[in-house]
Design a protein. Structure first.
Length: 278
């Protein structure tokens, strides 16, 4: 079977003389379908942008409230003149990367600790479930009182969004290792540390990478939540500021940039995952 996300150029290279006619036809049909999907995706995107612009110009929707692609482009140019938009993007990215690092570090470290000590894991399990289910926006005002109105509050708020779910997911994966492999390590005279080094962590690389792809998006969500409440810079701050002074172009532009940033971060981790799969 051909992988669903396998690059088309790799599929073309696989069209060798050794392939049967049925294999060649399957690969060609897959390439045609992939190109068709990309064409439709691009066409839908262009159609939506054009419809949005035409609707505002025709007066079907209020451009003051809903903005428009041309107004957002002009707004981006104006904010780029003094570099403020890049400053806000940079602040949000910095907070996102720091939050993501802490989430993955704490998630892996605590999951390993719980795997190492099953008694502690059983004691902590209900608390992790409750903390993971708790709406994190309810904690943000508390973080502001504890830590102040600064970047630390935003990072802690972002970490709280994803770290408990990450711990539960990784711990469950670590405990799902095949018993036969563990018995083999014991038979060869290995200890618990050897099981961790040679079985648990290497066997869950793909789980960790998949967890990273989820957490990068949650980190961005947590950062924006934090910036809504405790920030003087960043895209979340720009959204709040734009809504308060009725500059809806700022709001819509920030949302579009967040979509682009989220896509870029996800695709970056997807590339890392493909590298490790090879």
């Amino acid at each position: 079977m051909v992988e669903s996300k396998r690059p088309i150029r790799e599929l073309k290279r696989s069209l060798t003389k050794e392939c049967s006619e049925k294999q060649k036809e399957f690969i060609r049909s897959y390439i045609r379908r992939s190109r068709k999907v990309r064409f439709l995706q691009t066409g839908i995107f262009i159609f939506l942008i054009a419809a949005w612009e035409l609707a505002t110009r025709a007066g079907l929707v209020d451009p003051f409230i809903f903005s428009s692609p041309s107004r957002m482009a002009a707004c981006f140019v104006n904010l780029s003149a003094d570099g403020s938009i890049f400053y806000h993007i940079g602040v949000t990215l910095l907070e996102t990367f720091l939050s993501f690092f802490f989430i993955m570090f704490l998630g892996i470290a605590i999951a390993v600790f719980l795997w190492w000590n099953h008694t502690v894991a059983e004691v902590c399990e209900p608390y992790l479930v409750v903390l993971n289910s708790l709406p994190k926006t309810a904690l943000a005002p508390v973080f502001i009182v504890w830590l102040g109105n600064n970047m630390k509050t935003i990072i802690v708020a972002a970490v709280s969004v994803a770290v408990f779910g990450s711990i539960i997911t990784l711990y469950t994966a670590f405990c799902s290792v095949e018993e036969e492999k563990i018995k083999l390590i014991h038979t060869l005279g290995g200890g618990r540390l050897d099981i961790l080094r040679y079985i648990v962590l290497p066997g869950n690389i793909h789980t960790i990478l998949s967890n990273m792809k989820v957490n990068i998006g949650l980190s961005l969500v947590g950062v924006i939540i934090g910036e809504f409440l405790a920030a003087n810079a960043g895209l979340g701050y720009l959204i709040v500021y734009g809504s308060q002074v009725f500059k809806l172009d700022y709001v819509m532009l920030s949302i579009v940039i967040l979509c682009i940033v989220a896509t870029g971060l996800y695709k970056g981790l997807e590339a890392v995952e493909k590298y490790f799969r090879k």
